[in-house]
Design a binder for this molecule. Structure first.
Ligand code: LLP
Length: 416
């Protein structure tokens, strides 16, 4: 479900004509629907209501201030992964008691800043990290809550770059080591080792891997209880897949239905960290066709957005639907041509879509790359010295710029 629909052949975001947005704000342009964003947050909240979880939106999916703020206003906490995300999180005025911090490479300065701001949980990914947090907490005179991130060694059935709960991945701690940590937890005198965290990957469309991992973790928690090491919090991460093409992902309700029986048996408070599920379908990238180029082997639609604006197709071979902002009627297959939609960047990997069919596509046409709300603008760069694009948020018939287009001054601002 999303709020990008055609009305009289024009693509709208909620009540706003996307063509008008492109005329006013230029292209490339990220356009978000506030309603889609909030309704997805509410869907997951509603689905898990029986266990009343703390939902910490995973900021890395889209860390734009207005998007995070809108979710914080709805009651969300934030899942962070760097001091930069901590900085952004604090700007939203989210309660620091709703901030959880994951990542394998937290630096001492980052740990210190997070403790000073009294974040809720560190999700710890190794013993040396645990020792460092213990040391810093001692120095600051704080008793810090930490959760041990378990690597349950399951296959998530997703792209290998975004699977995180397999034994070969750099994330989390194996069960044997984790058990030793829990049994020994008093030795970390400045820590309250009181939670378990897991996150097995992203864009997972079936509940199977979640259930498998959850069962392993539930058995582990039972084992810990028998050994007298109960936990207070269980963070089950994010990872819920969405529809980009023909996927049939589990709904939030189905996901909750599948794992709730296991969660209810565990006597712990629950945390969730969804990113993509909340924001993925809430954004599109609007781009204009600059040139139509035909070679003996291919037809290219060269557009003004590139891999610097959306790297997912280049990096993961990810599929994003590409729709014309103004749809054309067609009178037969002779009107349809197949194009690779490519950007202006000097790399053959710079494409947004391959072998896509369009009706009488021509130079100057606007295209909308769908489902880019998550890991679109947050992974954007200035490669080829391209300016980072403008982002706007639509709410009904209202439009707000939530990030202005960069200027050439911005481009060199930090350089000497
Ligand atoms: N929690 C942790 C600890 C994570 O590492 C992630 C994502 C999430 C939660 C949120 O996962 P989500 O609900 O969004 O699946 N750039 C890739 C995705 C990388 C995901 C990294 N971790 C992509 O564009 O597909």
């Amino acid at each position: 479900m999303h709020d990008f629909n055609y009305k009289h052949n024009n693509l709208y975001c909620e009540a706003v004509n996307i063509e008008e947005l492109a005329e006013k704000y230029g292209t490339p342009l990220y356009v978000y629907s506030r309603n889609t964003l909030i309704s997805h947050y509410r869907k997951i909240k509603e689905a898990f209501r029986p266990v009343n979880p703390l939902i910490c939106y995973s900021m890395k999916a889209n860390s734009n201030f207005s998007i995070c703020k809108a979710l914080v206003k709805e009651g969300a906490g934030l899942d962070i992964v760097s001091r930069g995300e901590l900085y952004r999180a604090l700007k939203t005025r989210v309660s620091s008691k709703k901030i959880v911090y994951a990542g394998v490479g937290k630096k001492e300065s980052e740990i210190e800043m997070a403790i000073r701001h009294r974040i809720f949980f560190f999700n710890v990914e190794s013993i040396p990290e645990l020792e460092l947090i213990n040391k810093v907490a001692g120095r600051l005179g704080v008793r810090q809550k930490v959760a041990i991130r378990i690597n349950p060694d399951v296959k998530a059935g997703t792209h290998k770059y975004i699977t995180t709960g397999h034994g070969e991945n750099k994330f989390g701690i194996d069960f044997v080591t984790a058990k030793k940590i829990f049994l020994d937890r008093r030795k970390y005198e400045n820590l309250s080792v009181s939670g378990i965290h897991m996150h097995i990957g992203s864009q997972i469309v079936k509940s199977g891997p979640f259930i498998k991992a959850m069962k392993k973790v539930a058995d582990f928690i039972k084992d810990l209880e028998i050994c007298g090491a109960g936990i207070g919090w269980l963070n089950i991460g994010g990872g819920l897949g969405i529809i980009y093409s023909k996927e049939k992902p589990q709904t939030a309700k189905e996901y909750a239905g599948a794992i709730m029986p296991i969660l209810k048996r565990i006597k712990a408070n629950i945390i969730l960290e969804p990113g993509r599920f909340i924001v993925g379908n809430a954004g599109v990238l609007v781009t204009r066709v600059q040139y139509i180029k035909e070679t003996p082997s291919k037809k290219f639609a060269i557009v003004d957005a590139g891999m610097n604006d959306l790297i997912r197709p280049s990096l993961y071979g990810a599929y994003h639907e590409i729709l014309p902002v103004r749809s054309r009627s067609y009178s037969g297959s002779k009107d349809i041509r197949v194009f690779d939609v490519v950007g202006p960047i000097c790399e053959s990997g710079d494409f947004l879509g391959k072998d896509r069919k369009f009706v009488r596509l021509k130079e100057g046409d606007l295209l909308s790359v769908m489902g880019i709300g998550a890991y679109g603008s947050s992974m954007a760069s200035n490669y080829n010295s391209r300016l980072r694009a403008c982002e706007v948020m639509v709410e009904g018939d209202k439009v707000r710029v939530i990030r202005r287009r960069e200027t050439y001054e911005d481009l060199i601002r930090a350089e000497i």
